[in-house]
Design a protein around this ligand. Structure first.
Ligand code: PNS
Length: 159
């Protein structure tokens, strides 16, 4: 089926992301996770290198099925560079769904690449990087595992 490409800002990677990664590996066999810049989210907490490193630690159990790389520019250009056959994205809410639908249709019209939209398991569907960052910035304690241990430790270390 070829390699699939899962782009995102992953600032930071959480269990909703991990669930999408595990589903995509089951579906495609091989997945490249692309740490990208989201123009709608200008300021980040973790550097692209830190984000990529946390994803590598969090996906170690998937071995060679997963590869993590940093990209800049357009998602479709990154996908072409690695010869990806599909884009993998996810949506939590109807708002996300509409945004993803527009991006998927634009990307397909512009370059022919299709997007597969996956949904995280309900217990992790609500988790967002934004709220994890807000919790950490305010010194809040995350008591249940909403993100891999290495990410929770990194959030704690930042603040
Ligand atoms: O995890 P995010 O922040 O929801 O990821 C969004 C991301 C980075 C995948 C998206 O903003 C993106 O594709 N950015 C690259 C720019 C791009 O390709 N824009 C055209 C969209 S049709």
């Amino acid at each position: 089926m070829g390699v699939a490409f899962y782009p995102g800002s992953f600032d930071p990677f959480h269990l909703g992301h991990l669930d999408i990664v595990e589903q995509a590996v089951e579906m495609f066999g091989e997945l490249v996770i692309g740490v990208m810049h989201n123009p709608a989210k200008p300021s980040g907490m973790f550097t692209p290198d830190e984000r990529a490193d946390l994803i590598r630690q969090s996906t170690q159990h998937l071995g060679k099925a997963v590869c993590v790389e940093k990209f800049s520019g357009l998602t479709v250009e990154a996908a072409a560079q690695i010869k990806a056959t599909f884009l993998v994205k996810s949506a939590r809410t109807t708002h996300d769904f509409e945004t993803e639908q527009q991006m998927a249709q634009t990307n397909r019209a512009a370059t022919g690449i299709s997007t597969v939209l996956l949904f995280a398991t309900p217990e992790h569907q609500f988790v967002t990087s934004t709220y994890l960052r807000q919790f950490a910035q305010a010194g809040g304690t995350i008591r249940t595992p909403l993100a891999p241990d290495c990410v929770l430790a990194a959030l704690k270390a930042k603040h």
